[in-house]
Write a protein that binds this ligand. Sequence first.
Ligand code: 3HC
Ligand code: NAI
Length: 695
Amino acid sequence: MNYVNYAVVDGVACIVFQNPPVNSLGHGLRVAILQALDQAEAAPEVQVVVMTGSDRAFSGGADITEFGTPKAAWHPTLRDVITALDEYTKPVIAAIDGVCLGGGLELAMAAHYRVATERAMLGLPEVKLGLLPGGGGTQRLPRLVGLERGLDMIVNGLKVEAGKLAGTLLVDRVVDTPLQEAAIAYARECVSAGSVLRRTRDIKIAEPDAQALLQVARRNVAAASKHFPAPSLCVEAVAGCLLPFDEGLKQERVLFMQLMNSPESAALRHVFAAERAALKVPGITSATVKRDIRRVGVIGAGTMGGGISMNFLNAGIPVTLLEAEQVALERGVGIIRRNYENTMKKGRLTQAQVDDRMSLLSTTLKYDDLSSADLVIEAVFEDMGVKENVFRTLDAVLKPGAILATNTSTLDVNTIAGFVNRPQDVVGLHFFSPANVMKLLEIVRADQTSPEVLATSLALAKTIGKQPVVSGVCDGFIGNRMLNGYRAAGEELLLHGASPAQIDHALEDFGFAMGPYRMGDLAGLDIGWAVRKRRQAENPHLDFSSVADRICEAGRYGQKTGAGWYRYETGNRQALEDPVVTQILADYRKEKGIEPRQFSPKEIVERCVFGLVNEGAHILEEGIALRASDIDVVYLNGYGFPLHRGGPMHYAQQLGLYNVVRAMRRFARQSDKAAEFWQPADLLVQCAESGEALK
Ligand code: 3HC
Ligand code: NAI
């Protein structure tokens, strides 16, 4: 493979990177760039060098897939290539279009001059991978854009349009396309003007308030980046730019390696790969036909239907919202409008944008008005009878090729597909509440869902800004099914002596934004109570009772009734421990003959998180999730699992599956009743024993 294209035109050597899709600076490309630079330097006819990429990417940075492998250190490293530029004897111009990120920008900053198209995006986003720029970026960017702006770009991982950087030394000229021609013209100007070799490393930083600026940054960043060491270390690395260049570089290197070995960066890099892997589905290729989605119908204007509609309105796709009754329709539309108006009040939308979005929304009580829809998403009551009527009616009115989607959270999508004569067009699109905010979209692939429908759903997720994960059919799909494991582990802790506050605190210290009991009080405990009662009625031979029933029986439904697992003072959402709950728990334990004991925060976290992990492993065994990392994507984007832990399956992997299985076996020994629950999934045992990773 030719990683670069090299050509000399009238004294200008052009080195064009060719490592699609984003010219990441893997070993092959590094070797090729250095060879081309050496060739150009040795060629007497070459007066000036232009380095460029594609219209999509000058370069997306260091090759992330090499991190943690020996290849990352193979020479020439990125630093070797950058040093070669620093020592180069002919002018080098970086010509930038598309993205120029991380190591890519570090390379461009070591060139003597830079031209860029207005739309090109420049940035050092390493912090988003839990890293800091390790190729001299923390030293060169402040020299080119100033300390304050450089600090802001590095600490926040900002990508900035080249047009907005004109006037700084980072972008010497904003040029039109075709870029290569414009860059060659600029190169010739440099030659005729006898331009010097302007090395970024030689630029002096003249910032009289540098120390004060750094102090403020240290304070602000430390306060805003709990759980993540990278932002603070970015500030320290940038502070090194006040030292002699090579010392600053050395300091950057030490801090970079510290982060590269941190669990937080491992988690963030895992998430980067996991979110992209989730888009890859066996049987779906770039050749799979995708259907055009130009008009959408949504059935049910309740909590979910309204939020789902907003996603499409935001993306400029017209929506027809159908309800059973006019009042429900008006209420639903009123909520959508109010949501937009609230966003406008916060300055995040203009009146014209609100009007545009609302103008894309039409309403109806008649199914015939959905006849031109390309996709209809049903979000009516969670009742199979109601869903059956809706799907049978849709089957009669929708045009051929329309996609029929259900937002059900628990019902069998195969059964729903059985109500229509086109089961290949039925799919689950499981949004999360609030549906206009939450990023996760579970795409539920039923037995007969066609590849076309699946491919269209995946593409649609991108259009509306969602992170899709494909799930098979089971009760609760990936996310809610695992939640059962988490809840059951919590219930066991309560029964054996932990208090709701102890459990919440332990999980909040672990990194969850809210523990399960504070969350329950916020969401309302009556919903789960109703579900348990329904399940109990449907399955009299099973036991769905929970200590939560006792809380609800006492009229404590959570914040909305001023009491739940905690008590609340009027007008205040602070959760206060309540002796009434302590008593309810004590009575319940006594009835069950359980002697309460103490749990450490560590054991609380282990039990709750391993409850998730075990159910996750069952989900993998059954093929409901395609890969372990999909489960992490679900938990991070839909359930508030702490990002710095990388998701439950990654976290378990980092702890060591052997240790996880051993802990589960210990929990199983501690309680006869829970022994079955704590039986580790076969897949976990197998991986723990073989040392293989969960895949
Ligand atoms: N290394 C390896 N692969 C990369 C990559 C990188 N730096 N950047 C993107 N890719 C891959 C993606 O994994 C994806 O692969 P796939 O097709 O197999 O799934 C493919 O390129 C396309 O990426 P996206 O789907 O994300 O395409 P978009 O067009 O939506 O986004 C992008 C392109 C803006 C470049 C985005 O991929 C991105 O943000 N990449 C990461 C950029 C980054 O963080 N760079 C810094 C790396 S660390 C570094 O440089 C260290 C240095 O300081 C020493
Ligand atoms: P909801 O009760 O807020 O709204 C349901 C709406 O459907 C009501 O406005 C009702 O008038 C309307 N409706 C009922 N029967 C209808 C019919 N035959 N034709 C047209 N409209 C009809 O319910 P919610 O919470 O929006 O849930 C809807 C679906 O989404 C359910 O399947 C639920 O399981 C699922 N879901 C709910 C989530 C949540 O957090 N609320 C999350 C994810 C999925």
